[in-house]
Design a binder for this molecule. Structure first.
Ligand SMILES: C[S@@+](CC[C@H](N)C(=O)[O-])C[C@H]1O[C@@H](n2cnc3c(N)ncnc32)[C@H](O)[C@@H]1O
Length: 263
C-alpha cells in the first residue's frame, strides 16, 4: 500500500528529508535557493521517494534524525528519537546545570540520544545501557566528539548491578501497553523495534525495575527523570511514593514526564 502525505505533513516531510539527506536547511528551501544535484543525487532521490511512498519513515530512509542540535545515526534496531524526548533532555539540563560533576545513567539508551545530549551539556560521567546489542552499536557510533564520551553497555536493567551510585537516573523505557497496539501508527509498528515500544505485558514493568534499581543505586537527594505513558501516571507515582515527585506535561498537554527526588 502506498503512503500518501499532504498539506503540512508533506511540507514537514520534504523539509526533514532535504535536511537529513542533503544538509539543505528549511531557510534555504523557503528562500527558493537553487540546489545543484549530481546525477547520483537524482538517482538517490528517486529511490528514496519510492521507499517513503512504501511506508518507510524518512529517518530510516536517511538513517538519521536530528535531536537536541545533533544529527544521530539510526537504523531499524533503534527507536527514532522523538521531540517529546528532546523536551525531557531540556528539562534535565535546565534543572541540573551547575558546576558539580553528575554521575548519570540512561536506562534503555537506544540510539544514545539522551545519554550523549546530557554528556555534551552537563558536567557529567554518563553510562547508557540497553538490552539490545544492535542499539548499543549504533549508540557507540553516535559518539563523534570528545565531549560526547559515554560508556555504553549491552545489558538489561534486570541484570545490571553497578558498583557505584548515581546522581541522576534517566529513562524513556518501552511504554506502550499491549492493549494499546491499535492506537499505534502502522508506520511505527512496521518499522520500529517492538523491543523499544512494548512494555512486556505490564505497562509498569520498566518503572518497577527502575524503582528497585533506584532504591539501591540512586544517591540520597538524587533525581529520576522518566518519560511515561500518560495513561499510567498514577501507577508511576505509586511506585515512587517515598520520593517527592512531580508530573510535567509535554507540548501536546499530556502528562509525559515524571521527576522524582530521593529523600
Ligand atoms: C523507548 S526506547 C528509548 C530509546 C532512546 N532512549 C530514546 O529515547 O529514543 C526503549 C529502549 O529500551 C531498550 N530496552 C528494552 N528492554 C530493556 C531492558 N530490559 N533493559 C534495558 N533496555 C531495554 C530497547 O532496546 C530500547 O532501545
Amino acid at each position: 500500500m502506498i503512503t500518501t502525505y499532504s498539506g503540512r505533513d508533506l511540507d514537514n516531510l520534504i523539509i526533514k528529508y532535504f535536511f537529513l539527506r542533503f544538509n539543505v536547511s528549511s531557510t534555504e528551501i523557503a528562500l527558493d535557493k537553487e540546489i545543484t544535484f549530481t546525477r547520483n543525487n537524482e538517482i538517490l532521490l528517486i529511490e528514496d521517494i519510492k521507499k517513503i511512498n512504501n511506508n518507510v519513515p524518512v529517518q530510516h530512509v536517511t538513517y538519521s534524525e536530528f535531536f537536541y542540535y545533533k544529527k544521530f545515526n539510526l537504523n531499524e534496531h533503534v527507536l527514532i528519537p522523538r521531540p517529546e524526548t528532546e523536551e525531557l533532555v531540556s528539562i534535565i539540563i535546565k534543572k541540573e546545570k551547575n558546576n558539580s560533576l553528575k554521575k548519570i545513567i540512561d536506562i534503555g539508551t537506544g540510539s544514545g540520544c539522551i545519554a550523549i545530549s546530557l554528556k555534551k551539556h552537563l558536567k557529567s560521567e554518563v553510562i547508557g545501557i540497553d538490552v539490545s546489542n544492535e542499539a548499543v552499536l549504533i549508540a557507540k557510533k553516535n559518539i563523534s566528539e570528545k565531549d560526547e564520551n559515554v560508556n555504553f553497555m549491552n545489558i538489561g536493567i534486570e541484570n545490571y548491578n553497578p558498583n557505584t551510585q548515581f546522581d541522576i537516573i534517566v529513562s524513556n523505557p518501552p511504554y506502550v501497553a499491549d492493549n494499546e497496539i491499535d492506537s499505534v501508527d502502522k508506520i511505527v509498528l512496521d518499522n520500529e523495534p517492538a523491543l523499544a515500544l512494548f512494555s512486556k505485558g505490564d505497562p509498569l514493568y520498566f518503572y518497577k525495575k527502575i524503582a528497585s534499581f533506584s532504591d539501591k543505586y540512586l544517591k540520597n537527594k538524587g533525581r529520576i527523570y522518566l518519560e511515561i505513558n500518560d495513561n499510567y501516571l498514577s501507577g508511576v507515582f505509586d511506585l515512587f511514593k517515598n520520593y517527592s515527585s512531580e508530573a510535567i506535561k509535554d507540548i501536546y498537554g499530556k502528562d509525559r514526564f515524571v521527576v522524582c527526588e530521593k529523600p
